[in-house]
Write a protein that binds this ligand. Structure first.
Ligand SMILES: [Zn+2]
Length: 419
């Protein structure tokens, strides 16, 4: 297994910072052990511990709460997981070889918890339970690490529960939060003020292509095309390179501009886009839903005939309802994510038209529709291309602000047709 940071694409500065912090964290553990040895026999000689502390200054560079920010696909959760591994690494700062690295990267380390919200928000109950467990002594003797992906989806109450833990962190607990940005809409100002921020940037297409070739064994020309079409989103690039269905969906989205020939066509295009997103989301969650329901029913003793079975089933109704609620929330999220991917592709097309109209010396996002974007650039001019690009971005913003997707997409299609 290569170094744990190997898959963090195009983020050299962040990697340097994280390695330094992991080294400092290891020094904290060593100093702690030394202090224990010194203090051990007498049962707590605090001055000795203090001297050891100031001599090494182990706390410099290490922090109990971190926020990884960056655009989608820049590798926020990849960075958080790699850092978690570096903290558990027994040989260095993420060697990739030792048990600490292996178990963390394989998601089996007992002291590393990844919270992946499946619904639209992370609730207070989930967060309280998490904070409680995070306060326990690490079983591996190093750090308790809690990674919260999409920390921008914390409810306010959950944020407050987390804040309390971050304000007075247990000595061996580290929180790693991932969010698009440190804007107050994403992360509360008070949480932000307690965390160290690691900004990730959109990785350059060449770096994304390189990792697709090296790690996933994808042919260089396909990797280059996919990296460019995915606009710096590593996971999306891999899907485009490997999954013919993903390529087909992208082609359908990029066919939208030439289908917009009138009002009726604009509404048709809106319906097609919404339905495609729904179908894609359904395909992605149905299997998980069925498996979860079956697992829960088995756990609750469905089909059992013993004396406890009837009583267990009465209590089960509530749990099944809870599961359905969570699944519905996840389905909504999956639909929004699918729609957002389509809108990002569409925005790329109009961005190409705009840069061509401006004769800007930049490579097109979608090389395969570059000719079409060029024709658009001639017809619309820079102003018209910019208005269309803005219409797509406005649609994304509206959906993010909870406007009904169909309404937002219809408004966008009309704007794209009229210019
Ligand atoms: Zn290691």
């Amino acid at each position: 297994m290569p170094d744990v940071f190997a898959d963090l694409v195009g983020q050299d500065e962040a990697v340097v910072e994280l390695r330094r912090a992991a080294a400092a964290a290891a020094a904290v553990l060593r100093a702690g052990a030394a202090a224990l040895v010194t203090a051990g026999p007498t049962g707590g000689d605090e001055s000795a511990a203090d001297e050891a502390g100031t001599a090494v200054d182990p706390s410099a560079g290490m922090t109990h709460a971190w926020i990884f920010t960056g655009p989608p696909g820049s590798g926020r959760s990849v960075a958080a997981r790699a850092f978690a591994a570096a903290l558990q690494c027994v040989h260095g700062t993420g060697c990739g070889e030792c048990p600490g690295c292996h178990t963390t990267m394989g998601a089996t380390n007992a002291d590393v918890r990844m919270v992946v919200p499946e619904g639209l928000s992370i609730g207070v109950g989930e967060m309280r339970a998490l904070v409680l467990r995070a306060a326990s002594t690490p079983s591996g003797g190093r750090w308790q690490v809690v990674v919260i992906e999409d920390a921008d989806r914390l409810t306010e109450a959950a944020g407050n529960a987390l804040l309390k833990a971050i304000e007075e962190p247990p000595p061996r607990t580290v929180f790693l939060l991932c969010a698009p940005s440190t804007h107050p809409d994403d992360i509360s100002v008070t949480i932000r003020s307690r965390c160290r921020v690691v900004p990730l940037r959109q990785p350059p297409a060449a770096a994304v292509a390189e990792v697709l070739v090296r790690r996933d064994g994808i042919a260089p020309d396909v990797a280059q095309w996919a990296a460019s079409a995915a606009q710096g989103h590593v996971g999306r690039a891999r899907r485009l390179a490997r999954d013919p269905e993903a390529r087909k969906r992208r082609e359908a989205v990029l066919a939208v501009p030439r289908r917009l020939t009138g009002v009726g066509a604009a509404f048709d295009a809106a319906s097609a886009l919404i339905e495609a997103a729904e179908a894609e989301a359904e395909a992605s969650v149905t299997e998980a839903d069925t498996t979860e329901r079956a697992a829960l029913e088995t756990a609750l003793g469905a089909g059992g005939t013993g004396r406890g079975a009837a009583g267990a089933l009465r209590g089960a109704a509530g749990q099944l309802k809870e599961l359905e609620k969570r699944q519905k929330s996840r389905a909504t999220r999956a639909q929004r994510d699918a729609l957002d991917r389509a809108l990002v592709d569409l925005a790329g097309f109009y961005r190409d038209a705009l840069t061509m109209a401006l004769r800007a010396p930049v490579a097109p996002v979608h090389t395969d529709t570059a000719a079409l974007a060029g024709a658009g650039a001639q017809k619309w001019d820079a102003d018209g291309a910019l208005r269309r690009l803005e219409a797509v971005l406005a649609c994304r913003a509206a959906i993010e602000a909870n406007v009904k997707p169909r309404i937002a997409v219809e408004a966008m299609m009309l704007a794209l047709w009229k210019g």
